[in-house]
Design a protein around this ligand. Structure first.
Ligand code: ADP
Ligand code: NI
Length: 216
């Protein structure tokens, strides 16, 4: 099958599968990551088939919505790609992206990232930043019924991946525990540039947030 056709079939599969998902991890998150990944991947001369399939399938079954099961996503992706007859080498590269893309409190660094993982990871991280990043974060907090902010609960530096995953902290803490750390973790030149702009936008937002919190 041609790249265009594979990508089209994959996007239709993902769109259908993510029906009804939490808004921060739904089809439109995947869509934004896909678009950004193509843009960054083109600049970086990455293998665009791997980039597109990886971006489209990266959140097909996020473990945090499946009781922490980290096998379900890669398994669904592999079975789907096999059903399309995608060659083994491509499939393995895509699976590598799905397994290694996530932040997970920064405890999940692969030893040897491929260029294609770096591209999709940057695209995924960009969607955690800026105006959309802010919207997604409060949506997730609402989904989990967390307070917006509680001045008596400061942000934490989690000891390990479990502690990060199990955190019940107010949503604003997530900016300090993850989002503001992302700009220094970007892999590619284009990714770094976009992350810088979005980071500055979040800083301005937070300044305003704390000002308003005290009635100013
Ligand atoms: P992780 O590997 O950290 O779970 P994700 O890529 O799944 O990363 O997180 C995506 C987005 O979901 C975050 O950028 C954020 O908007 C939201 N999110 C994840 N965890 C939290 C949290 N504890 N509080 C608020 N938002 C969160
Ligand atoms: Ni994602």
């Amino acid at each position: 099958m041609e790249r265009e056709q594979l990508v089209e079939k994959t996007s239709a599969f993902v769109k259908n599968k993510l029906e009804g998902a939490e808004a921060g991890h739904d089809w439109w998150h995947t869509y934004r990551v896909w678009k950004a990944a193509v843009k960054i991947g083109t600049e970086e001369n990455a293998d665009l088939l791997v980039v597109e399939l990886g971006a489209l399938l990266h959140d097909i079954a996020d473990s945090k919505f499946y009781d922490g099961d980290e096998e379900i996503g890669p398994t669904i992706a592999r079975e789907f790609l096999e059903s399309l007859g995608v060659e083994k080498e491509i499939m393995e590269k895509v699976e590598f992206i799905i397994r290694n893309i996530s932040f997970k409190g920064g405890f999940n660094n692969p030893v040897n990232p491929t260029l294609e993982l770096q591209v999709v990871q940057d695209a995924d991280r960009l969607d955690a930043l800026g105006a959309i990043g802010i919207a997604r974060t409060f949506n997730y907090g609402g989904f989990k019924n967390r307070p917006l902010h509680d001045p008596s609960i400061p942000p934490e530096h989690y000891k390990d991946r479990e502690a990060y995953k199990n955190s019940q902290a107010p949503t604003i803490n997530h900016f300090y525990e993850k989002l503001l750390l992302l700009k220094d973790k970007m892999n590619t030149k284009v990714g770094k540039g976009l992350a810088k702009q979005r980071h500055e936008f979040m800083e301005a937002y937070l300044n305003q947030f704390f000002k308003e919190w005290e009635g100013n």
